[in-house]
Design a protein around this ligand. Structure first.
Ligand code: UTP
Length: 290
């Protein structure tokens, strides 16, 4: 069955960005000129996704408005002959977006469970707004290609520094990967650094079969007293195979302050309008730093 649907959970409290996230979802924070959620939506579109459900909590309106048309603005840009800006504005409406509220942020697993009716009986992808991915083939497309071969759930993983494994879901691989695909014995959410089964962390893209919802419906709270998607995936792996796909591209974690800053600089260094000035500025301040 073709993978057509994506779920973007965006109902977290974003505590690492307070007070910025008091009224605005962190998914709307711009990297230079584009809200992070737009990078995710563009990856979905390039991967062949047709329908996206955004699970929201607070700060929902700006997300909806961002992907809606703005007739007065478009008319104004047209009259002034600003065709390139008009195109940028219009591109954002070219996707089917749906919204649902998660009234209490009980955890990522609970947010994904909100998508049960939207997903129905199809495989789907979960895309986290915290991770902006860059590779020749979009990561979501890489997972879809895997699914077309295996018809199994597949998560994206990446090696992370050992001392950081306790921030992630981590896999216990059964053996060396076959062409970048791991069989997995166990999925563990936020293991202690000295007990982690590997340094292969689950990053923000998951391709899941609809059976995940049966697991989520009965999932007890785990780490941080939250309903953890990783725990439900571990149970799913006991009844059908769940693979891990190693991502070899660039991942930008925009979910914490320094990661967000790094991503902005990286994107700025490729942005036609600011890259030259930014490069010169970085060189200038670097020479003054001790
Ligand atoms: P995070 O662990 O990054 O949590 O969630 P957070 O609340 O967004 O941010 P911090 O840690 O407080 O700063 C991972 C993803 O899961 C979503 C978040 O929006 C984020 O994309 N999420 C998390 C939900 O949608 N609902 C939840 O109940 C929890």
């Amino acid at each position: 069955m073709k993978v057509r649907k994506a779920v973007i959970p965006a109902a977290g409290l974003g505590t690492r960005f307070l007070p910025g996230t008091k009224a605005l979802a962190k998914e709307m924070f711009p990297i230079i000129d584009k809200p992070t959620i737009q990078f995710i939506v563009e990856e979905a579109k390039k991967s062949g996704i047709e329908d996206i459900l955004v699970v929201t909590g607070k700060g929902k309106r700006p997300i909806e408005d961002h992907f809606d048309s703005v007739p007065e603005l478009e008319q104004n840009l047209k009259e002034k002959g600003k065709d390139d800006l008009l195109e940028l504005v219009q591109q954002t409406t070219d996707i089917n977006l749906y919204f649902i509220r998660q009234s209490h942020p009980r955890g990522l697993g609970d947010a994904v469970l909100m998508a049960k009716d939207f997903v129905g009986d199809e495989p789907f992808v979960v895309m986290l707004g915290d991770d902006v991915m860059d590779d020749k083939v979009p990561l979501t497309k890489q997972l879809i290609d895997r699914y077309e071969d295996t018809h199994a759930s597949t998560l994206a993983v990446m090696k992370v520094p050992h001392e950081e494994v306790n921030k992630y879901g981590v896999i216990d691989p059964i053996s060396e990967p076959k062409s970048g695909l791991f069989d997995v014995k166990q999925f563990v959410e936020k293991p202690d650094v000295d007990k982690a089964p590997s340094d292969l962390a689950i990053i923000g893209r998951y391709l899941l079969t609809p059976e995940i919802f049966e697991m989520l419906e009965t999932q007890a709270p785990g780490a941080g007293n939250e309903i953890q998607l990783t725990d439900a995936i571990d149970r799913l792996n006991k009844i059908q195979r769940v693979f891990a796909h190693e991502f070899k591209g660039d991942r930008y974690d925009v979910g914490y302050k320094f990661g967000y800053l790094k991503t902005s600089i990286q994107y700025g260094l490729t942005h036609p309008e600011v890259k030259d000035e930014l490069k010169a500025y970085i060189k200038e301040i670097a020479s003054q730093l001790d």
